[in-house]
Write a protein that binds this ligand. Structure first.
Ligand SMILES: [Zn+2]
Ligand SMILES: [Zn+2]
Length: 265
């Protein structure tokens, strides 16, 4: 039941290539002259035509993946703990107290109340500038996370099937690859035999997410995370905007505290 994949990139629903003859589950096309059903372990022989079409399509998919700037960007994203909300949120919460300590040190102790307020607000602004810039740089990680393959059912021999993030069909993963870190030249991405969606192979078992057929290609995922051009510009400027807001507030506070006193002779 081999059909030609349509060329258009946004065709989330495509018919399955091959189904298991005994249980009907979608079957990964494997690498040799037979496929193994992950649900019932039935061996499904593959005709030379199917094997040829499989190789041709995988080669096409590989070239497309290599040329996809959004997928390349997602593959290059590194996961860092200092961008995780569990690290950033507490820093944002303690920002006023951190900055208050600075204000006390640099102003209040010398009876410079205007200066104390100024340092306090600039300090809060700096912390928020840093944390919102970190959150902005986290978007590449989110892009990568949405493209990750998903953990599938556990086989009897203890290995876990890796399934497509879009259609949940088992992915064609070379033997020896499952569970490895994707280092030493092993493939880090592959395309689904069934729907053609590009997946980044998750290093560990990971947590299962609901399939997102609406995010078929990497560009759709990019738009989901980054928004349109206006959104992208606004969120790039956000850290600076919030900092400038605090600077303005700090200057106003300084003059509000200092100006009346300077008028008294
Ligand atoms: Zn089966
Ligand atoms: Zn798929």
């Amino acid at each position: 039941v081999l059909d030609q994949l349509p060329d258009e990139p946004s065709a989330p629903v495509r018919s399955a290539l091959i189904s298991c003859p005994s249980c009907g589950a979608p079957c990964s096309l494997g690498f040799g002259d037979e496929a193994v059903c992950v649900s019932c372990q039935t061996r499904v022989p593959l005709s030379p035509e199917i094997q040829q079409a499989r190789e041709r399509r995988r080669e096409e998919s590989r070239k497309r993946r290599q040329a996809d700037p959004y997928l390349r960007r997602a593959l290059a994203a590194k996961v860092s703990f200092w961008r995780s909300p569990t690290f950033i949120a507490p820093i944002s919460y303690i920002a006023p107290f951190l900055a208050a300590a600075m204000g006390y040190q640099f102003g209040y102790q010398q009876n410079q109340y205007g200066q104390a307020g100024f340092v306090w607000l600039i300090g809060i602004g700096l912390v928020h500038f840093l944390t919102s810039a970190l959150l902005e740089s986290r978007k590449d990680e989110q892009l990568r996370a949405l493209l990750l393959s998903q953990p599938g059912p556990l086989l009897e021999d203890g290995t876990r099937v890796v399934v497509c993030r879009v259609c949940a069909a088992p992915l064609p993963i070379p033997p020896g690859r499952p569970g490895s870190e994707g280092s030493s030249g092993e493939p880090q991405d592959c395309s689904c035999d069934h729907c053609g969606a590009d997946n980044i192979l998750a290093a560990g078992p990971g947590t299962s997410q609901a399939p997102r057929p609406d995010l078929f290609d990497a560009e759709a995922v990019f738009r989901e995370v980054f928004g349109d051009e206006v959104n992208q510009r606004a969120s790039r400027l956000y850290p600076l905007t919030i900092f400038l807001g605090f600077v303005l507030l700090a200057v106003l506070t300084f003059f509000a505290v200092e100006a009346p006193r300077s008028k008294i002779p």
